[in-house]
Structure formats: C-alpha cells, structure tokens
Design a binder for this molecule. Structure first.
Ligand SMILES: Nc1nc2c(ncn2[C@@H]2O[C@H](COP(=O)(O)OP(=O)(O)OP(=O)(O)O)[C@@H](O)[C@H]2O)c(=O)[nH]1
Ligand SMILES: [Mg+2]
Length: 675
C-alpha cells in the first residue's frame, strides 16, 4: 500500500440467490473472531439477514453492512439480495463500493440473476472478483463452473485458486500464483495463463516479461491490482463458508486487489459539468439504503465520497432541496449501530431520523449543487389495487405505502384517477406481498388487494352531426331550460379533446356556450361506455335555443352532458387498451415456448435476438394479457427468465372483448353502489 493511501476497502457481496453470500460474510466474521458462533440461514440468526421477513423467507431482501479489519485494512462489506425481486435494493449498493465479490455456487453454476447483476456492474464500471462458493456441497464441479463463467463473462475470468477436492474432500485451496511444490499439474499449468493475462495490463512489465521471460513478485502484485481495477483480469476464488476453507485466501486476495475509495476516478455532476470528486471541497455522499428500524426510526445508509460528516451536522438532499439535520453518525454492523464522532471520505455510515430520503439521493453541503449519478431502477411490472379492510384506516395505508416506497426504489404507488384505485407496483408478486407484509407488521393495518383495473380509455370512431338535447325543468322553484345541437367527431390518437363554438348569431347566449363545454368535459371524464375517460374527439356546438328567463349555466351544462352522451352512443364508440413493449430474456431453449405463449396473449413479436447464450424476445402485447406474467414466466423457465415492460401505445380493443369489459364494469358499478 502506498504511503498516505486510504486503508478503507468497500466491497459488495453480490451474485445469484442462494449462492451463499450472507453465509460467506458470516463465515468471514467468524474467521476474524468477530462473532463467536457461526449463524445459519435456517436458524435465522445471521448478522446480515436480521429483518423478520428475511428470516421467515430465508433470503436477503435488503442490503446489510458489516465491518472487519484484515491485513491492516478496514473492510466494509455490503451483503446484497441475490433475488431479482429485490434488484432495486442491490443496484444502489454497486455505486457505494469499489469492488464486488460475485458469488456463484458450484452446484447451480451461472444463473440469470448473476448475469443481470454483472450487467449492472459493467454499467457502473465496478471492479470485481468471483467467488465460487459451497465447494463442500454435493454435486459441485469447479472445472465446469469455471468453464460456464468464462463462456458467460469472458476469458478474463481466471482461477486464482483451485480446490484440492470436491464436497467432503475439499479441505484446502491451491494457489495458482504461488503453487506449492506438491500442487497438481493443472494448477501449475494455470499459472502461465494467469500471469500473462496480468502483465498485459502494464506495457513496460509486459515488454520485460517477454524479453526476460519473468516478472518480479513486486511487479506482479502491483500490476495484478491494476489489472483487477481495470477489469482486465477477474480472479476466481473458491470457498466453502460452512467448512471454513478458502476464507483466509479470499481476505488476503481482497486486501491485495480491492481498489481504495478514490481509485475509480468517479465524477459528480454540477449543472452541465462533470467534476472529479477530489475537486469538490465540501461533503458529497450518496444514500444507498433507507430502512425504517423499529427502534431507531428511519436509518439512511450513506457512502461519503468527499468531505466528512460529524455528529449533529446537516446536509442538503439534492433531490428535494431540503436541508436536514442529522444526529449521530453511525457505524453499522448488521443490525447493530455505534456512534462515532466523525467519518471522512470513503466511509460507509448511517444516520438516523432524516425524512424523505431514498436510495440514490445525493447529500451535500447547502449550495454545493453537485449530484452523483444514479442507476435507473428496473421498472415495476406487477401491480395490485389495495384498500384497507377497515374504514378509517386509509391514512395508515397511505402512510405505510409511502414508507415502503422510501425503502425500495422498485416499490411505487399512485392513485389511478381513471379507475379511482390506490395502485401499488413492484417487481413481482413475491416482492409486493413481502413489502405489504412488512407494512402490515409495522403499521398494523389489514388490507384487501385485487388486481388493478386496466386503465382503458373510451373514444368514438364515426362522426355524427346535429345531435339534439333539450333540458327542461319546470316543476317547483325557478325553471331551467337549455337546448343544444352538437357535432361529434373522432380525432387522431393522442390528440386529445377539442371544443368548437360554431354558433352564429345569438341563438345561445355567449355566456352559456362555455357551460356546454364544461358539461361535455365532465361527462368525458366520467366515461360513457364503461366508466373510463373519453379521449380524442372534437365537439362542436352548432345550434340551440335559449329561454329569456329559465336559461342558466347549470341548464346548459346538463344539456351539454346529455347531448354528448347521446352523440357518443351514435358515433360507434370503442374502448382503447394500453399496449406495452415487452422484452423477455431467457435461455435459448425456452425461445419457442415464449413465442408461442405470446401468440396466446394477443402479442405481436417485434424482434428476436441473442445475448450470449440467452435469447431476447421483444413483443408488443396488451397490458391486460400480461398481468400475471411475472409468475407465468417463472413457471415456464423455472426462474431463469427476466422481462421488462414499457408503455407503448393505446389501441382499439377487439369487439368481443369490449363487450366483456363493458359488462364487467357494469357489474362492478352495481357492486360499488350496493356497498
Ligand atoms: N454446503 C454449503 N451450504 C452453504 C454454504 N454457504 C451457504 N450455504 C447454504 O446455502 C443456502 C443459501 O445461503 P445464503 O447465505 O442465504 O445465500 P445468499 O446468497 O445470501 O442468498 P440470497 O440472500 O437469497 O441471495 C443456505 O441454506 C446456506 O446454509 C456452504 O459453504 N456450504
Ligand atoms: Mg443473502
């Protein structure tokens, strides 16, 4: 380590689900004697999986932070969920660290979830190493896993260690760089390939290597760290957390290879400018996790990039513009926290009780105006309409939903004006249900959920002319009178509504003509066919009649409404449905099944392609047909598929389906009225 260089090493532990990330961290803490007993996932007593939902499901759902010292360095390890359901939690972690250990368990080899997080690490340029885990388990085959890793991630992934055996016979690792005399031939042979890949990262050393056929240990160590930092080599370690094998070598390797906090040349944005972080004088930090702790209130986990944070300080959240005070600066160890006086650039800490923070937020000195880049979260794909079981719990529900949305960038909510429902969306049924369970536990609110109504729209397809409606009320009190004639015609998709006043002379008083427009707009918002908003049409007021005493604003509003309703029914009304662009990524063998399945969903295939040995299928599909797609894809591919959707356009619903939707809506309406 160069003099004056930071001793901090921030390292994320990432990779596919059940690859043993949480257990590996547990084993590392145990190896360093920071815990007396090795916690187990099955017993729900690990340092990192401490939330009740994590214990119940036996999987990580939120990032967790631990600190340990090794080789004179201060490691901060961040455990991350492997499941794609919680990808929104893992992505912000990748921006808080300088290195990742990507875990791939030797029994299942490379799964799609590891590929997904790998892509995300590529996008942020995060140096990484691979740990092949669970080498003590049955069915492990290190050579095959390395082959799969190289096929998927390229030949720069090279073993730095080999196991001495599989399953119960795995008792130690063979070093490739410093092979023991009794190391088997394949280990000794692997050295040359690895050394050549390393020295390629430095021209001068490479030249010397080919001239003299050698490289000094010092040069090799220095260039190795450079090669890892520049991602020219991705060393592969092999471990067993349960048997405690390979742990010391992994820690030593990370101490040598993980880049220090300022090594990645990160920049912040100030206005239009990109500025290097070391050119910033004050505080710049970025939130990567927000968590509502039962006792401590809300905790925000922050990576400090520049400047420092001290007890009872304040910062500005660049997203909201709010300046917030925080109390203690906390060092985190799993569920535990400890106050420290101050923390400087490079550290990962937490602060309590700061409202309205989300992962990705930049915090900085007031007026600094700098913003750190963020990774776009995956689009929430699965939605549910929720309401409280008990009347009067509405506020608790919205409060709870808001809290969850702060904790998870992929849990979003909105009030759907078209359908008048509180709709929450997440990455999968499992994701949404877990988050709702969390709310139920914390807020004690019982919920009812149902699939949200599809936000259909209504419109017309034919022009109708001179449609008349007369509103007349002469019983009791002041009378009401208004007669209107309107033309109604369709407009191009997406062009909205237009009102034209075509009255010549004074058959309708100038002051009442806007009333007709208002009546029409009100009816359009309510919908005519099935209760969905009407769009894309033009209404012209062409004729009418006024009564000298009984004509008034309200009368013309009613006449406008009713005339519109009548004209709408005559103008071949249709429902429009939202279509989405769906991109599905699956192993090649599922391509045919996915395409056949798309046809059954009224989908149109737009494109097919390959990404390594994965197939990528793009299709246009009605939203109504993919409401359960997350679960369906899981069952088609056994969890080996991912998909993304984005809204594409609205199109006319086929006539036979329109009939069903209209009838369903009438039934819903009746049910609501009876309640
Ligand atoms: N045999 C064996 N089993 C292990 C080892 N490490 C973890 N496991 C088991 O693998 C399962 C998953 O371990 P976790 O540590 O929860 O894996 P994870 O990668 O954190 O999983 P997610 O949090 O869901 O992404 C648990 O049942 C562990 O007991 C190991 O070294 N050997
Ligand atoms: Mg875990």
């Amino acid at each position: 380590m160069a003099a004056g260089e930071s001793t901090i090493r921030n390292i994320a532990v990432v990779g596919q689900e059940t690859s043993g990330k949480t257990t590996l961290i547990e084993a590392l803490l145990h190896h360093k004697k920071l815990i007396n007993r090795l916690g187990a996932i099955a017993e729900g007593n690990t340092v990192c999986d401490f939330e009740p939902e994590e214990k119940e499901q036996r999987k990580s759902m939120f990032p967790a932070v631990v600190n340990l010292s090794h080789g004179g360095l201060d490691f901060t390890l961040v455990d991350s969920p492997g499941s794609l359901d919680f990808l929104g939690q893992t992505l912000p972690v990748l921006r808080a660290v300088e290195c990742a250990v990507c875990c791939i368990d030797c029994a299942s080899s490379v799964k799609i979830t590891s590929r997904r997080v790998w892509k995300a690490m590529d996008a942020v340029g995060l140096p990484r190493v691979i740990a092949v885990t669970r080498q003590d388990a049955e069915n492990c085959d290190f050579e095959r896993v390395v082959k799969d890793i190289q096929e998927t991630f390229g030949p720069r992934a090279l073993p730095l260690y080999y196991p001495n055996g599989a399953a119960a016979a795995f008792t130690k690792v063979w070093s490739v760089l410093k092979p023991a005399d009794d190391a088997p031939p394949h280990v000794k042979e692997a050295r040359e390939t690895l050394v050549e890949a390393i020295v390629e990262a430095d021209d001068a050393v490479l030249e010397r290597y080919f001239e003299d056929g050698g490289v000094s240990d010092e040069d090799l160590a220095r260039v190795f760290a450079k090669a890892v930092r520049e991602m020219k080599v991705i060393p592969v370690f092999v471990v067993s957390a349960l048997a405690g094998v390979g742990l010391a070598e992994l820690l030593d390797g990370l101490a040598e290879l993980a880049p220090p906090p300022n090594a990645l040349g990160r920049t912040a944005r100030k206005g239009e400018e990109e500025i290097p972080l070391d050119a910033v004088s004050g505080l710049v930090g970025q939130v990567f996790k927000v968590w509502a702790d039962d006792f401590l209130g809300r905790l925000s986990y922050i990576r400090i990039f520049a400047g420092e944070m001290a007890t009872n300080g304040s910062f500005t959240n660049m997203r909201t513009g709010e300046t917030d005070k925080y109390g203690n600066v906390l060092v985190v160890q799993g569920k535990e926290t400890k106050s420290i006086d101050r923390a400087g650039a490079g550290r990962i800490i937490a602060v309590g009780r700061v409202e309205d923070m989300m992962a990705g937020d930049t915090v900085a000195d007031a007026g600094a105006g700098v913003v750190m880049p963020v990774t776009r979260s995956p689009t929430p794909l699965v939605s549910l309409a929720v309401r409280p079981k008990a009347r009067g719990d509405e506020q608790r529900l919205t409060g709870g939903v808001r809290e969850l949305a702060c904790e998870d960038p992929c849990f979003v909510w909105h009030f759907e004006a078209q359908t008048k429902e509180l709709v929450i969306s997440g990455l999968s049924d499992f994701h949404i249900n877990t988050m709702l369970k969390r709310m139920k536990r914390r807020r004690k609110v019982e919920l009812e959920t149902k699939p949200p109504r599809i936000p259909y729209l209504e419109t017309v397809t034919k022009a109708v002319k001179y449609v008349e409606y007369t509103h007349k009320k002469q019983t009791g009190g002041a009378g009401q009178f208004a007669r209107v004639f309107i033309d109604l015609e369709p407009r191009p998709r997406g062009s909205g509504y237009e009102y034209l006043d075509k009255i010549f002379g004074g058959v309708i008083d100038l002051s009442f003509r806007p009333s007709v427009d208002k009546g029409v707009r009100d009816k359009m918002a309510e919908g005519v066919l099935a209760g969905y908003p009407v769009v894309d049409c033009a209404v012209a007021l062409v004729d009418g009649k006024t009564h000298p005493v009984d004509s008034k604003d309200i009368a013309f509003q009613i006449a406008g409404r009713e005339a519109f309703k009548k004209a709408f029914a005559m103008a071949n009304p249709v429902l429009l449905e939202p279509l989405v662009k769906l991109e599905v990524t699956v192993p090649q063998q599922y391509m045919g099944t996915i395409m056949g399945d798309m046809n059954g969903r009224r989908g149109r295939i737009l494109n097919t392609g390959n990404e390594g040995n994965l197939a990528v299928i793009t299709a246009q599909v009605p939203l109504a047909e993919i409401q359960n797609y997350s679960a369906d894809l899981k069952s088609i591919t056994g969890g080996e598929g991912t998909f993304e959707i984005e809204h594409d356009r609205y199109e006319v619903v086929p006539a036979h389906l329109q009939q069903q939707i209209v009838e369903r809506s009438k039934a819903d309406h009746k049910e609501k009225e009876e309640e």
